[in-house]
Design a protein around this ligand. Structure first.
Ligand SMILES: [Zn+2]
Length: 414
């Protein structure tokens, strides 16, 4: 019963993903010959042609990866390979060794399950991105990144899992509340530590050099009451030609990071607009609101986890011994996405609302919509963005409104 239900969920999600993908592909092909009037001013004809080819190439790869991921998930949970691995790693372990070996089991299973997808990741970086001029990484750098990621999983993921399982044993029936609290504290800690400790393992962060641009951006920060000490530049160009800006941390630990590629591509007033947009997220309270929502969702997740852990049918349906926590955690991690997927558009709907608000904040801070519009257009050109996504596709997957939607909102309410 559980197996059939799970199989149906896997097929349903794959069908929905492939359908959305095909819808988007048709929409792009429909406009492939010439850009529709609404977006014709954004890209010149050769750039538009390249953006269409890039979108279609990514769409093709996504189709293969969706089928592959669904097949891998089905194989992982139905073949019996995970219970086999569990018996190897944990054996008939009971007592205090259980938290330790349970954490190892999840870590090893996670690493093994990530291996089959590596050829796709390689192809994406060194064939697809390469073909369109975005790849700046080397095979060596790519491999070193993977090894660093693995080391981080061991150094951070293992103790966290171990603490979680130890907690389960220590506090009894209310473990899921304590587990949730532990995860929340861990995530807050990571928000502060990530830019200080983890990001520098992969990238070089340097303060924006003292020049006219820095003075201008800091003046804008002052004007919008952000009071930044420094603006960091990250060497994104080490791996990719794509450009971006982002915001990390909170309170005293907040910082704004601009990609070096972004600084190279945008005019000073456009960079001001991007910075003002990021400050907008901070000043409008988007970050604590998102943290609160994600904490509430995680509490629901832990409650579901507790329920499944107490339901012997769940673990045994997938061939695991009951009354041991680690397999339930792993199965939950693998399968929860089958349900969460259907709520993707709700999360993205609220995310897009925040983007509109941050755009409006940037426009008001700069006194005109033009710099923000200019920045968005250049970003779309340089990143070869899809200008004609299908509304259902963008409505489902896009955390940011489309370029046309953002431009319309920016000029509408002046
Ligand atoms: Zn934003």
């Amino acid at each position: 019963m559980v197996i059939i239900f799970t199989a149906i969920l896997i097929v349903m999600r794959l069908a929905a993903e492939l359908w959305l993908n095909a819808l988007n592909r048709r929409e792009v092909l429909r406009h492939a010959a010439a850009a529709p009037p609404a977006v014709a001013a954004i890209m010149d004809a050769p750039t538009y042609e390249k953006a269409v080819a890039y979108t279609l190439a990514k769409n093709r790869l996504a189709r293969w990866m969706l089928v592959f991921d669904a097949g891998l998930l089905a194989l992982a949970v139905f073949s019996g390979v995970l219970p086999w691995l569990f018996a190897r790693v944990c054996g008939p372990s009971t007592g205090s060794g259980q938290a330790w070996s349970g954490a190892w089991f999840i870590l090893i299973a996670g690493v093994l399950l990530s291996l089959p997808g590596l050829p796709f990741e390689w192809w994406e970086q060194f064939r697809l991105e390469e073909k369109f001029g975005f790849n700046k990484s080397t095979l060596r750098l790519w491999l070193v990144d993977k090894l660093k990621g693995l080391a981080l999983a061991v150094v951070i993921g293992f103790p966290l899992l171990w603490a979680l399982f130890a907690l389960v044993r220590a506090v009894g029936g209310t473990w899921w509340l304590w587990g949730w609290a532990l995860m929340f504290v861990f995530q807050m800690l990571m928000l502060v530590l990530y830019p200080k400790l983890i990001l520098p393992l992969f990238n070089k962060l340097t303060p924006l050099p003292e020049d006219e641009l820095r003075a201008r951006l800091l003046a804008l920060a002052e004007r919008t009451k952000f009071h930044a000490q420094t603006i960091q530049v990250i060497d994104g160009s080490k791996r990719s030609g794509h450009s971006n800006a982002f915001f990390t941390g909170f309170g005293r630990f907040r910082r704004i990071v601009l990609f070096d590629t972004l600084i190279a591509q945008l005019a000073p007033e456009e960079l001001e607009a991007v910075l003002a947009h990021e400050i907008g997220h901070y000043r409008l309270g988007h970050i604590p609101r998102m943290l609160a929502v994600s904490a509430a969702l995680q509490l629901g997740g832990f409650a579901a986890l507790a329920w499944l852990a107490h339901s012997a049918w769940f673990a045994s349906a997938f061939g695991f011994p009951t009354d041991i926590m680690a397999p339930v955690f792993l199965l939950f991690g693998l399968l929860s996405g089958l349900a969460v997927f259907w709520f993707t558009p709700i999360g993205n709907f609220f995310s897009r609302r925040h983007e509109y608000q941050a755009d409006a904040f940037a426009r008001d801070a700069l006194g005109a919509p033009a710099p923000m519009v200019g920045a968005l257009r250049k970003l779309a050109q340089k990143n070869l963005s899809n200008l004609t996504p299908h509304p259902l596709f963008s409505g489902f997957y896009y955390s940011h409104p489309t370029l046309v939607e953002r431009e319309q909102a920016l000029v509408k309410t002046v």
